[in-house]
Design a protein around this ligand. Structure first.
Ligand code: LMR
Length: 398
């Protein structure tokens, strides 16, 4: 039975963890996967999370199934976080939110739901995008194309190219967008840019699907969600995948959500009923722990404030690492202007390293980065940054 099964290629991101773990060199650094490590190189356990977990353990409650769409207090808190407490959408009866297995799970639920809903199964993703976007939508039965996004000259967004690309897509295409902290480039749209993107999406009757996996890692929780709020005001139906993996440092708990903005209360009811079928036939219902913890924090004023503070600490430390890397690269003899690293937002820097340079970093210096040249700045600390800067300088100079 299994003899015709061929070896699959390593996952371009998670496969790096395997290679990193198998490396015995003590100076090794994992700049591959998008995970925040603290100054000591550890994945932090946030104080707000710890407090919520302690209360949960003390409660010693039973462990029944959650509803298919997840914990109600969690789903409601997700909506508030996405749209803001003052949003009229919250009371509109038009929102559907289902707890999901991380942000990836939300994308998959959305993809499976859209597959049943649409005749034209075409998704456009940014060029470049998170590697798994293409694979996930292809696996769900969609044709995946790209729209221009990144301008390597300016290290920013090629807005005119993007607008033209989206305009040219067949009417009614699904357009996948990154709300903030674009993965992998760290190049984001401004408020004015978003208005133009929304305009073309609306004119072409496209279906917007917004991935927000890094809320809080750009400017702050509110400003990072500005695109969602603009889309909501436009009256367009909307798909949103969101995640607490990074913002709560709860990677392994797989806490995410799929949120849909429908056009009426009736639509909300029928959409939710169909989404529940998608959930039931995939994994029945979601796990409890992560959602309970996140809900406890989001629904408690003190814990929320503590969490926001910790999120700001992570964000600020990444910024310090960005500036430090730019300085150290120059000090190590890199003459090219690398200041774009400071302007990029979120966890990543799209460093411009070529595939061959990335391979050299791993082979010669035990530094693991994604083949596209994406490095996770959130994995740098004062203990490893010299090794990283000197090694990058060595491969950039040759
Ligand atoms: C990443 O881009 O590294 C993260 O989103 C983790 C993942 O699942 O790829």
């Amino acid at each position: 039975l299994f003899s015709p099964v061929e070896m699959a290629p390593r996952d371009p991101i998670l496969g790096l963890n395997e290679a990193f773990n198998a490396d015995n060199r003590s100076e090794k650094v994992n700049l591959g996967v998008g995970v925040y490590y603290d100054e000591n190189g550890k994945v932090p356990l946030l104080r707000a999370v710890c407090a919520a977990e302690e209360a949960r353990v003390a409660e010693q409650g039973p462990r029944p199934y959650l509803p298919m769409e997840g914990l109600a207090s969690y789903d409601a808190a997700v909506q508030t976080l996405l749209f803001g407490a003052e949003s009229s959408l919250l009371e509109s009866g038009r929102l559907v939110t289902a707890q999901s297995i991380g942000g990836t799970g939300a994308l998959k639920l959305g993809a499976d739901f859209l597959y049943r809903l649409l005749n034209k199964r075409l998704v456009a993703i940014s060029d470049p995008s998170w590697e798994n976007h293409r694979s996930l939508f292809e696996a769900a039965g969609f044709e995946v194309v790209t729209y221009p996004y990144y301008d390597p000259q300016t290290h920013g967004v090629n807005l005119e190219g993007m607008l033209e690309g989206i305009e040219k897509l067949p009417e009614g295409s699904v357009v996948l967008l990154h709300a903030c902290c674009h993965n992998p480039t760290g190049a984001d749209l401004s408020l004015a840019d978003w208005t133009r993107v929304i305009d073309v999406i609306q004119r072409r009757n496209h279906v917007p699907f917004i991935d927000i996996a890094y809320q809080g890692f750009g400017d702050n929780l509110q400003d990072d969600a500005v695109a969602l709020r603009l889309f909501a005001e436009s009256g367009l139906p909307l798909f949103i995948s969101s995640s607490f993996s990074k913002s709560f440092s709860l990677y392994g708990e797989r806490v995410g959500a799929l949120t849909l903005v429908t056009e009426s209360h009736d639509e909300m009811l029928s959409t939710m009923s169909q989404l529940k079928r998608v959930i039931r036939t995939n994994y029945s219902n979601p796990p409890t722990h992560g959602a309970k913890v996140v809900s406890a924090v989001l629904n408690n004023v003190e814990l929320y404030a503590k969490w926001e503070e910790e999120l700001a600490e992570m964000r600020d430390r990444i910024r310090i690492m960005r500036s430090s890397l730019v300085e150290k690269l120059a000090a190590a003899g890199v003459t090219k202007d690398m200041s774009f690293i400071e302007r990029q937002r979120g966890m990543f820097s799209y460093s411009g390293l070529t595939k061959a340079q990335v391979a050299r970093l791993a082979d010669e210096f035990a530094i693991y980065a994604v083949g596209s040249g994406r490095i996770c700045v959130a994995a740098l600390n004062t203990g490893n940054i010299d090794h990283v800067a000197n090694s990058m300088a060595a491969v950039l100079k040759d």
